[in-house]
Design a protein around this ligand. Structure first.
Ligand code: ATP
Ligand code: MG
Length: 298
């Protein structure tokens, strides 16, 4: 049904980024809790981005993608979107809550599996996300991981769309987004999401962004050099062979050599994992931040 802004009360700020600000809100009549993302739509580019984000959220109907509950115009002419509230935050906030302590391999297999299922859903609907990173992967207390933030995503109407404009967080951008001729950017636009997934999983294992020394603030030129001219980052020797191979298949600089989502779902790191151990390991990561949240709320 139709919603009005006055139907909701703001509880707290959940996050903000380039796209806008995200609040936790409560529906006054029903008491249901949602996330409300207010998108600044003050120029034609951001208006177009906002409507693409809404169009994609509206198309998606999957447990692997954050649920969309409608859009609401704001008095200032911006647009707010009502989303399912993900009560355990993002993978970025979980890493911060651990003080940067690396995620164990078993947990990362469970995480990668869920994100791959989400990418498989999106890619089968001709959607390239283009901004896969820890802050855009949201987590529920039940241990579900959902893909969020379609602010720079693209719907490919043609099968071979080059899809190479400079949008998204530069840090997670694949080599062919910078230099399509050299790294096969016209080959497969979906492969860009696989690179970002590999970098995301590697970051969660290292505890810091893999392409820069810990603590260094990324700037565009440094990143472009690291991504295009450097060797792709790797796991340390201490990681298992399966895990190292999995990351290696994602972080192929040449996009045509990168494995597809379907291939990665069958990789031994994912398909051969001990599911029960892997899920338990991920749940261990969730529990401290859920306890902290419960303490804040009481
Ligand atoms: P950025 O520019 O940093 O990518 P953005 O402005 O595009 O961000 P989002 O990524 O959608 O916005 O949301 C920013 C942050 O708000 C997320 O990283 C997350 O911490 C929080 N957040 C967003 N949506 C939800 C949600 N549905 N439930 C819980 N938290 C959310
Ligand atoms: Mg984001």
């Amino acid at each position: 049904g139709e919603h009005r802004l006055s139907d909701f009360e703001k509880i707290k700020v959940l996050g903000h980024g380039n796209g806008g600000i995200v609040h936790q809100v409560r529906h006054r009549r029903t008491g249901s809790v949602y996330a409300l993302k207010t998108l600044t739509a003050d120029d034609s580019i951001s208006r177009r981005q906002a409507s693409r984000e809404i169009e994609i959220l509206r198309m998606c109907d999957s447990p692997t993608v954050v649920r969309f509950h409608g859009s609401i115009p704001t008095p200032s002419g911006d647009v707010a979107i009502l989303l399912e509230y993900m009560d355990a935050g993002s993978l970025a906030s979980l890493l911060t809550a651990r003080g940067g302590r690396p995620f164990p391999e078993a947990a990362l297999a469970a995480i990668a599996h869920q994100v791959l299922l989400g990418l498989s859903y999106l890619h089968s609907h001709q959607i390239v996300h283009r901004d896969i990173k820890p802050g855009n992967l949201l987590v529920s207390a039940e241990g579900e991981i959902k893909i969020a933030d379609f602010g720079v995503s693209k719907i490919l109407r043609r099968s071979l769309d080059p899809c190479v404009s400079y949008v998204g967080t530069c840090a997670y951008m694949s080599p062919e987004r910078f230099d399509p001729d050299r790294y096969g950017g016209n080959y497969d636009a979906y492969a860009a999401d696989v690179w970002s997934l590999g970098l995301t999983v590697l970051e969660l294992h290292l505890g810091h962004f893999p392409l820069l020394p810990p603590g260094q603030r990324p700037d565009w030129a440094t990143l472009m050099c690291a991504i295009c001219f450097g060797e792709p980052p790797e796991l340390p020797e201490t990681a298992s062979d399966n895990f190292r191979d999995f990351i290696g298949r994602c972080l192929q600089k040449e996009s045509s050599k990168r494995w597809s989502v379907a291939q990665l779902l069958a990789h031994p790191f994912i398909a051969g994992r001990n599911q029960a151990d892997s899920d338990d390991s991920f749940r261990d990561i969730l529990s401290p931040s859920l306890q902290q949240q419960a303490a804040e709320e009481s």
